[in-house]
Design a protein around this ligand. Structure first.
Ligand SMILES: Nc1nc2c(ncn2[C@@H]2O[C@H](COP(=O)(O)OP(=O)(O)OP(=O)(O)O)[C@@H](O)[C@H]2O)c(=O)[nH]1
Ligand SMILES: [Mg+2]
Length: 314
């Protein structure tokens, strides 16, 4: 019997969709697939697209798919956003545009709901990225609204982060609040057909000049009208240029090390915590200690310290 992984490697979209569901639902067997997938992955350029709700991220993603497809590149898209058109929740026009890509064998689009992942949203996203990678997506576009810790964590996977803002909404301020100004490599001032785009560019430029130390890459600010396709080739060009800079400066290797560290660390925390809790429960200590903390009879630091002794009893 041909394994699901072999089918994915052969470009079978249904097998890929099935494996993603297995990962999302933490089905038995998902772990074994992901172990093998890991060793084969690491070839894609992972591009995060982030920005406040409604700034035009999905419209931009749609345009970027076209730009990369016109070069013959295979594209994977992950939308981590409940209101995204990819999830079928929004604007009909966008959905119809996305459907045209859905028929293209070189494009795979998947949305991830922001709730309901036992092992965490960012972990699920990281695994879906690897599956798309081995499926052969040369570019993987990951859209998030950039709010919340799990979304910020997802951006850790991205080699290149595109921050989208729109004039007149105070989005530039929101970008700073969410900490995405620091992580952005390419800035897009979208909806430049509206008033205030130049002012937004000036403000962004000012803030970038203040906060950036980096020398090897100076984040460009690109004016775009995503709904008309204006400026999108320039965004695509800068995204590719950024990858080249990462490669020649050795930062890509650093990035992979950081991603590996983050991933192993998360798994280690999971397994250690599970281990301690199950041992403490078996000894009847877990309930007792939690009860005391809840009753203000014991502080949580002392509780964690006491529980950690169950680590040593292995
Ligand atoms: N005027 C104008 N409208 C645009 C532009 N780009 C996108 N829009 C419109 O802005 C609205 C929101 O676009 P989306 O692409 O769904 O924005 P988003 O950031 O993905 O939104 P969420 O996923 O809900 O956060 C849609 O009605 C788009 O057609 C633009 O450059 N100019
Ligand atoms: Mg969207």
């Amino acid at each position: 019997m041909v394994s699901i992984l072999e089918r994915i490697l052969a470009g079978d979209k249904l097998a890929l969709a099935r494996a993603i569901s297995m990962v999302e639902n933490e089905e038995p067997g998902a772990k074994d697939i992901m172990k093998k997938v890991h060793t084969m992955s690491g070839k894609s350029h992972i591009v995060g697209i982030t920005g406040a709700p409604g700034v035009g991220k999905s419209t931009l993603v749609n345009g970027l798919i076209k730009a990369f497809r016109s070069e013959g590149k295979r594209v994977g898209v992950i939308a981590v956003d409940p209101t995204s058109p990819f999830s079928g929740g929004a604007i009909l026009g966008d959905r119809l545009r996305m459907q045209s890509h859905a028929l293209d064998p070189g494009v795979f689009i998947r949305s991830l709901a922001t709730r309901g992942y036992l092992g965490g949203l960012s972990k699920a996203a990281g695994q879906v990225i690897k599956l798309l990678d081995v499926y052969g997506s040369e570019v993987i576009l990951v859209e998030t609204v950039g709010t919340g810790q799990s979304e910020v964590d997802i951006m850790r996977y991205a080699h290149t982060v595109v921050v989208v803002v729109a004039p007149g909404l105070g989005d530039e301020i929101q970008a700073i609040k969410a900490g995405i100004l620091e992580i952005g490599h390419v800035f897009v001032v979208n909806k430049a057909d509206r008033d205030g785009a130049d002012k937004t560019i000036q403000e962004l430029q000012f803030m970038l000049d203040m906060s950036r130390e980096e020398k090897a890459w100076k984040p460009p600010i690109i004016k775009a009208v995503a709904s008309r396709g204006d400026g999108l080739n320039e965004v695509a060009r800068n995204v590719k240029e950024h990858l080249k800079v990462l490669q020649v400066t050795g930062r890509l290797t650093d990035h992979m090390k950081r991603a590996a560290e983050f991933e192993v660390r998360e798994l280690l925390i999971d397994s250690l915590v599970d281990n301690v809790i199950s041992r403490a429960k078996a000894a009847g200590e877990w309930e007792r200690i939690i009860h005391r903390v809840a009753g203000r009879d014991l502080d949580p630091y002392a509780a964690a310290c006491r529980l950690s002794r169950f680590l040593r009893s292995s």
